[in-house]
Design a protein around this ligand. Structure first.
Ligand SMILES: Cc1cc2nc3c(=O)[nH]c(=O)nc-3n(C[C@H](O)[C@H](O)[C@H](O)COP(=O)(O)OP(=O)(O)OC[C@H]3O[C@@H](n4cnc5c(N)ncnc54)[C@H](O)[C@@H]3O)c2cc1C
Length: 413
């Protein structure tokens, strides 16, 4: 062992500086309890601590930091949605992502790669044209492109009239990107913990105590914690946790699967998706091809991977990229996606005075991590709902003001 390494190991500098809170007893009371330490919970904690000086906060997770859907997602970041509310919201998030490594002083490995959604029918072309116009109007780079442009953008794609569903056009979104999911949640949590927020892993919320119209405490497997306010950010368990507070959410939970191949040399830059074939593909900076699609067709809380999904994703991938026929699959996994009727999130105040909802993130919540953290923190700190998230309130389901993003979400995430 080199002498310098030995000296370092024996010195006071070792072990290296702790990034997160060391495990210690829960306090009796916090100003705010955040239930769920995924990207969203960590981002809310970060923006509250840094920009609103609210640090008497406990960030609780039944598992480990970022071990839920944040760990399982395929990291697609984009803003080419369909509704005005959706496009504005995700546009801001993509912009925050662009500066996130600087903001957190942590490399989130942002890769601006562009996103191409394929049209295999006249009706898809019509809806892509509509989306492109809405996007451009709101300052998002999005355009309908022809087959020749698709060939130039992604020469590896199989474009043939012989295909089962020939590619007829595409929606090109130059702002499409990916980032490293673990780095995003670690960066946010590190920034929050360094400002005084306490992260408590292996701390499951098992009940929520209320008095009058307020939450007074949360019960956990490590004891009861009183709180001035609470927010739930538990994608995959939104309705379960809301139910503890006596709140019913219009959510059904479905497994969502993905898989990766062995690494290849870099050859595919954009993210390519085909809602028609229910598949999307991109290549990571490690060289693996990430392959995903739509949710499983039945509601379930189990996160197992299935052979039939593997087969259907593989078959659809080979229709687009036949050269992957020899690729070996390295891993396949699943998460739980909380689907709302309009494929938009539920954010903001709840029927309880001091309880907030960051829920219904379905297959699309990773890209929203920065903006949901920022806006939820603003609302918790000021009591006012930011304009950007007002359309996503729970009461839209009672007022018939849905934000329908079903078509713009599909298999593209
Ligand atoms: C396969 C797959 C691919 C995806 N691809 C994309 C994509 O490309 N782009 C995109 O934008 N989105 C994608 N998503 C969706 C995205 O992953 C989620 O919307 C996002 O990660 C939600 O973040 P979160 O922080 O709200 O939830 P999570 O990361 O799930 O964090 C919630 C945390 O709450 C904790 N928790 C739950 N119940 C309790 C309790 N009772 N007490 C304490 N803690 C609790 C969990 O342990 C978990 O750590 C994908 C999802 C999956 C499954």
């Amino acid at each position: 062992m080199p002498l310098t390494l030995l000296r370092y190991g024996l010195s006071g500098k070792y072990p290296a500086r702790r990034q997160f809170t060391e495990t210690k007893p829960l306090k009796r009371h916090y100003d705010l309890v955040i239930i769920g330490a995924g990207g969203h919970g960590a981002a809310i904690a970060y923006y509250l601590a840094k920009y609103h000086n609210i640090t008497n906060v406990a960030l609780l997770d039944k598992g480990y930091l970022g071990g839920g859907n944040t760990a399982r997602n395929t990291a697609v970041i984009r803003s080419n949605y369909l509704t005005e509310a959706g496009v504005k919201f995700y546009r801001e998030s993509v912009q925050l992502y662009q500066n996130l490594s600087n903001e957190l002083d942590y490399n989130v490995m942002m890769e601006n790669r562009g996103q191409l959604t394929l049209a295999h029918s006249d009706s898809a072309i019509r809806s892509f044209r509509w989306r492109a116009e809405v996007n451009k109007h709101l300052g998002v780079r999005s355009e309908l492109v022809d087959v020749q442009t698709i060939k130039d953008l992604v020469p590896q794609l199989r474009i043939s009239d012989e295909a089962r569903f020939p590619i007829m056009a595409g929606l090109w979104h130059a702002d499409g990107a990916t980032a490293r999911h673990d780095a995003v949640v670690w960066g946010y949590a590190r920034g929050a913990c360094s400002r005084g927020v306490e992260l408590h892993q292996l701390t499951e919320v098992t009940g929520i105590k209320t008095s009058g119209n307020k939450v007074t405490a949360v019960e956990t497997n490590r004891g009861t914690v009183e709180c001035g306010m609470a927010v739930q950010a538990v994608a995959g368990a939104s309705s379960v946790v809301a139910d503890m507070a006596g709140i019913r959410l219009p959510i059904h939970s479905f497994p969502l699967q993905a898989m990766v191949t062995q690494p290849y040399k870099p050859l595919l830059t954009p993210h390519v998706s085909s809602p028609h074939l229910h598949v999307y593909v991109h290549q990571t900076s490690r060289g693996e091809f990430v392959i995903g699609g739509g949710s499983d067709p039945y509601p379930l809380y189990n996160t197992r991977a299935t052979l039939d999904m593997q087969e259907s994703l593989a078959a659809a991938t080979l229709e687009l990229f036949p050269f992957l026929a020899q690729a070996k699959l390295m891993r396949q996994w699943a998460g739980t996606t909380d689907m709302t009727p309009d494929y938009s999130p539920i954010m903001g105040k709840s029927p309880l005075d001091n309880y907030y909802l960051d829920a219904g993130w379905g297959t699309w919540g990773f890209k929203a991590t920065p903006i949901s953290g920022q806006t939820m923190a603003q609302m918790i700190a000021t009591g006012n709902t930011p304009d950007l998230i007002a359309p996503f309130s729970l009461d839209r389901f009672y007022n018939h003001r849905l934000v329908n993003e079903a078509g713009a979400t599909a298999a593209s995430h």
